[in-house]
Ligand binder design. Structure first.
Ligand SMILES: NC(=O)c1ccc[n+]([C@@H]2O[C@H](COP(=O)([O-])OP(=O)(O)OC[C@H]3O[C@@H](n4cnc5c(N)ncnc54)[C@H](O)[C@@H]3O)[C@@H](O)[C@H]2O)c1
Length: 432
């Protein structure tokens, strides 16, 4: 099939590349000229394992191309995906400016039948609104259908998730659009990935409900972790005991610094807004947000409790991205923690395998190290924020010899407290 993806960011680039891998011809469109120029030279705008190689292969085999021209990009397409950003706007409401601009441009350019698909995470009713905007802006009355196809990929595992999804959700309102989308996803159906068709509004809500549920699971275990700490239980053992219940499951039950990234925080806020707008109680989702905000401050309190005051203290941090295997710093817990440490008068040195360039845009004047150990010399504490693989088995003897004071604050509970203590270090975890 011939496809166009509007918005060549995280989701757009991964979607376009994976759909090209499945044999389609894909044009990736973006208004960011520099991004497109760099992509044409094989330079990726994001760090995502395996993506560069996959983009290169599809470009060489003429299935993937990049353009800044929407009219040119969509001209031949059977399906057009809208994958632009939907950030938090005022009061947490999803800002749909980019989606609406794309819909207007689509209306001006559309001259043959296409299925226009919202892949961006959009509030319920947006796909229908896109339809209305296109119709209003159409110069030539070409027939088209709209569909909703929310994306569930995880950064860091985006390619695997796109090609082996737990499920593909497609919201449609016409048999023709259903047929087109069924044909598009047939290769995934062949490898037993479930494709579910729903009405458009349900599809839009499935995305928010899924992200909010996962965020709630994280805040739930984080709240229990505070109790575990007070009553002398170990949250890791509690989570294992809970997770073995099939009805609960072990995933998203790791106590730590809470969720961050480009999706959960903004999607929970947008859901709160949608609930309120429809006169529904938003109490669960508001509590989820509050617990998450507090969790990052709890770590700063732990550092303060260990060191007395943070003023003039030197703190070393391992990991900056909101999770491992990505350089994405959007709403990363590290940003809130570093901000709070600086406010308390501490000096901060950091190391992250890939996210330091992104972090420099937020904190240009903290110290960035060349390797994890370089930043430990004379630090009063090491704080582990992102659980990159390379931090999982550190040389604790070396850590102890470099640190000025013996504190390790394990924000993700990845270390064994007894092992850490055996090196003369003081272990501080989250809920242990
Ligand atoms: N990042 C994720 O892990 C993830 C996962 C699932 C769903 N989503 C959703 O997918 C959507 C996109 O997220 P993202 O992380 O890829 O965003 P992003 O910011 O990485 O990318 C958005 C891209 O759209 C481009 N753009 C903006 N306006 C445009 C226009 N008028 N025409 C063409 N291009 C335009 C931007 O230049 C940018 O390159 C959001 O709604 C997000 O919630 C994201």
């Amino acid at each position: 099939m011939r496809l166009a993806i509007i918005g060549t960011g995280y989701v757009g680039l991964v979607t376009g590349t994976c759909l090209a891998t499945l044999g389609n011809h894909v044009a990736c469109i973006d208004i960011d000229r520099e991004k497109i120029a760099r992509l044409e030279k094989g330079i990726m705008p994001i760090y995502e394992p395996g993506l560069k190689e996959m983009v290169g292969k599809n470009v060489r085999e003429s299935r993937l191309s990049f353009t800044t021209s929407l009219a040119e990009g969509i001209a031949e397409a059977d399906v057009v995906f809208i994958a632009v950003g939907t950030p938090s706007g005022k009061d947490g409401k999803a800002d749909l400016t980019a989606v609406e601009k794309v819909a207007e441009a689509l209306g001006r350019s559309l001259d043959s039948y296409k299925v226009i698909v919202t892949k961006s995470t959009v509030p319920v009713g947006t796909t229908e609104r896109v339809k209305g905007i296109i119709e209003k802006c159409q110069k030539k009355k070409a027939h088209f259908d709209v569909a909703s196809n929310p994306e569930f990929l995880r950064e860091g595992k985006a390619i695997k998730d796109f090609l082996n999804p737990d499920r593909v959700v497609v919201g449609v309102s016409s048999p023709k659009a259903k047929e087109v989308m069924e044909r598009l996803y047939r290769p995934l159906q062949r490898v037993n990935r479930p494709i579910i068709f729903t009405d458009i509004r349900s599809s839009e809500l499935i995305k928010y409900a899924s992200n909010a549920f996962l965020a709630a699971k994280i805040s739930f275990i984080n709240q229990i972790s505070r109790l575990a700490e007070k009553v002398g239980a170990d949250i890791k053992q509690v989570a294992t005991g809970m997770g073995l219940d099939n009805r609960i499951g072990p995933r998203f039950l790791q106590a730590g610094l809470g969720y961050g990234g480009s999706c959960f925080p903004k999607d929970v806020r947008a859901l709160v807004h949608m609930l309120k707008e429809n006169s529904c109680s938003s109490s669960i989702m508001e509590a989820v947000e509050q617990v998450n905000r507090e969790q990052q401050q709890i770590l700063v309190h732990k550092a303060k409790a260990a060191l007395g005051s943070l003023k003039g203290k030197s703190i070393a941090i391992w990991g900056l991205s909101f999770k491992p295997d990505t350089d994405d710093m959007r709403e990363a817990p590290s940003a809130a923690i570093i901000g709070a440490l600086l406010k308390e008068g501490a000096s901060v040195s950091v190391f992250d395998p890939v996210a330091m360039e992104e972090a420099k845009k937020i904190f240009p004047s903290i110290t960035y190290g060349d390797d994890p150990y370089a930043i430990l010399k004379d630090a009063h504490a090491l704080i582990l924020i992102t659980e990159w693989d390379e931090f999982k088995e550190p040389d604790f003897k070396r850590v102890r010899s470099l640190l000025k004071a013996p504190f390790i604050i394990d924000g993700r509970n990845i270390y064994d407290p007894q092992e850490v203590s055996s090196f003369g270090l003081t272990y501080i975890g989250m809920g242990r």
